[in-house]
Design a protein around this ligand. Structure first.
Ligand SMILES: Nc1nc2c(ncn2[C@@H]2O[C@H](COP(=O)(O)OP(=O)(O)OP(=O)(O)O)[C@@H](O)[C@H]2O)c(=O)[nH]1
Ligand SMILES: [Mg+2]
Length: 331
C-alpha cells in the first residue's frame, strides 16, 4: 500500500492523517515499516518526556497542567497514554482522554491512548512508532504517560529524554514499586499532592532510597562526583500540586536543566545509541519470533527434531540450537 498521501498530509499538519497513520501502524507491522521508512528523516526534533506513577497519583491532572504551561510557551504537544495492563482501550483511559481533550484546542495538542491489545511487536514498539509519527507531525514536546511501574514502563521509557515519576504523600507502596527497576531511569521525582500531609516525609524517603540504592551520599559534596560514574545526573526531587499548579515553575526549571544536560554532545549520543539499540531489539524480537514460529510449524527437519525430543534422543536446548543454525544465526 502507498502511504505517501497520508504522509504528505501529516507533514502539512493534518490531525486526521496522524490518527490514521497511528491506527495503521498499530495493526500492521509491515505498514509501520513502510511508514517509518519514509518519515524517519523528519524525526528527532521532539523532546520526549515519560511520566509514570501509581494509579491515582495524579498523572492525568499533572499532564493537563504541564501541557497548559507548555502551550503558553507556544509549543505543540503530543500526549500518548499507554496502559500496559489493559487488554482494551478501557473506560478510565478513555474518560481521561475525553476530559483532557475538553481542556485543549485540538490544533496544538494531539492526544492518543494505547492499550495492550497484543500489538504485533509489542506495546513498546507501537509507542516508539507513534512517537515518531508525532515527531514528524511537528510536536515540540511528546509526553508519554504510563500506568503503574514495571518492566513495560522501563522499555517504553528508553526513548524518553526526561523521565518523571509521580509519588504521593502517605504510604510507601509507591517507593517499593519504584525499586522494581524504574528508579535507574528516573530523572525527576515529583511528590504530587503536596497539599496533603506527609509531603516532606516523602521527600526524605526518596532521598533515603536514592542513598541506599545508588550507594552515594545524596547530600554530600561528593554526590556529584560519585554519581558521575552512575549516570552523571542526580535525580532531582520537587514537591508539586497538580491541581493548582503550585511549584510548576520550579519543576519547569528542573526540566530545562535536565534538557540542557541531555543536550551535551556525549550524553546525547550515548542516549541515542541506547535508544536505537533498544528499538532494534524490540523489532528483532518481533521479526525473529515470527520467523521461528513459522519454521517450527512448517519445517520438515524441525518436525523430525521434535519427534527426537519426544523419544528423548534430543533435548529441547539442542533442538533450539539446531533452529538457530537453520536460520543462520549461530556464532
Ligand atoms: N489534593 C490533590 N489532589 C490531586 C492532585 N493532583 C491530582 N489530584 C487528584 O487525584 C485524583 C487522581 O488524579 P488523576 O490525575 O486521575 O490520577 P492518575 O494518576 O491519572 O490516575 P489513573 O489514570 O487512574 O492511574 C483526582 O481526584 C485528582 O483531582 C494534587 O496535587 N492535590
Ligand atoms: Mg490517568
Amino acid at each position: 500500500m502507498d502511504y505517501s498521501d497520508l504522509i504528505a498530509k501529516l507533514k502539512e499538519g493534518s490531525t486526521r492523517a496522524v490518527a490514521r497513520l497511528i491506527t495503521i501502524l498499530e495493526n500492521d507491522i509491515n505498514a509501520s515499516e513502510a511508514i517509518i521508512n519514509s518519515i524517519y528523516k523528519d524525526t528527532g526534533k521532539a523532546y520526549i518526556m515519560g511520566v509514570t506513577g501509581a494509579p491515582g497519583s495524579g498523572k492525568s491532572t499533572f499532564i493537563s497542567t504541564i501541557t497548559k504551561k507548555f502551550l503558553k510557551k507556544g509549543k505543540k504537544i503530543g500526549i500518548i497514554c499507554v496502559d500496559p495492563t489493559s487488554p482494551l482501550t478501557g473506560g478510565a483511559l478513555l474518560g481521561d482522554r475525553i476530559r483532557m481533550k475538553e481542556n485543549f484546542s485540538l490544533n496544538n495538542v494531539f492526544i492518543r491512548s494505547m492499550a495492550n491489545r497484543g500489538q504485533l511487536g509489542g506495546l513498546a514498539r507501537a509507542t516508539e512508532d507513534t512517537i515518531k509519527i508525532l515527531d514528524a507531525y511537528g510536536c515540540d514536546i511528546i509526553i508519554v504517560e504510563t500506568v503503574g511501574v514495571g518492566q513495560s514502563e522501563v522499555d517504553i521509557f528508553k526513548s524518553a529524554h526526561t523521565v518523571i515519576v509521580l509519588l504521593v504523600p502517605g504510604m510507601g507502596d509507591d517507593i517499593q514499586a519504584i525499586k522494581a527497576g524504574i528508579m535507574e531511569i528516573t530523572d525527576i521525582f515529583a511528590v504530587n499532592k503536596m497539599d496533603l500531609p506527609g509531603a516532606d516525609r516523602k521527600v526524605t524517603d526518596i532521598i533515603q532510597m536514592l542513598e541506599m540504592n545508588m550507594n552515594y551520599n545524596y547530600t554530600s559534596e561528593n554526590a556529584n562526583k560519585n554519581n558521575m560514574k552512575l549516570k552523571q545526573w542526580i535525580p532531582e526531587i520537587v514537591k508539586i500540586n497538580s491541581i493548582t499548579g503550585e511549584n510548576f515553575d520550579t519543576l519547569l526549571d528542573i526540566i530545562e536543566k535536565h534538557k540542557a544536560f541531555m543536550d551535551k554532545l556525549e550524553i546525547y549520543s550515548s542516549y541515542l545509541i541506547n535508544r536505537i539499540k533498544s528499538e532494534t531489539i524490540q523489532i528483532l524480537r518481533y521479526k525473529l519470533t515470527k520467523k521461528v514460529e513459522e519454521l517450527i510449524h512448517s519445517n520438515k527437519l524441525i518436525e523430525e527434531n521434535i519427534s527426537q525430543v519426544v523419544d528423548k534422543s534430543l533435548d529441547p536446548y539442542s533442538m533450539a540450537n539446531l533452529i538457530i543454525k537453520l536460520i543462520g544465526l549461530e556464532d
